[in-house]
Design a protein around this ligand. Structure first.
Ligand code: FES
Length: 109
């Protein structure tokens, strides 16, 4: 099963493992869960608030498109592993990614 592993940053503690369908964005998967995801635009790729660290598997991702990169440059300047959750989809053949934020707590249920 294709899975996003959600962790706390910077500790790396696993907070949750969430299954993902082929077309699910990370935003959709987290939105269906009980975990928070920062957003002002509700997944419309306008606010830049939903950025996460991709801490494992990121090498399989295509580079950010110019619109994503512009939001990352503004909202996560200098964060090399940052990607927008509302743009993040598991590429074909990739079974999982590990992503992290400072606000996903290891104690959350
Ligand atoms: S949710 Fe606003 S840019 Fe991703």
């Amino acid at each position: 099963m294709r899975t996003y592993t959600l962790c706390h940053h910077p500790s790396g503690a696993v907070v949750r493992r969430l299954p993902a369908a082929r077309s699910d964005r990370l935003y959709d998967v987290v939105d269906r869960s009980d975990l928070p995801l920062r957003t002002l635009c509700k997944g419309s790729s306008l606010c830049g608030q939903c950025w996460v660290h991709v801490t494992a598997g990121g090498e399989a991702l295509p580079p950010p498109a110019p619109d994503e990169q512009a939001l990352l440059d503004r909202h996560a300047p200098g964060v090399a592993d940052a990607r927008l959750a509302c743009k993040l989809v598991l590429p074909p053949g990739v079974e999982g990614l590990t992503v992290a934020t400072a606000y996903w707590s290891p104690g959350e249920r």
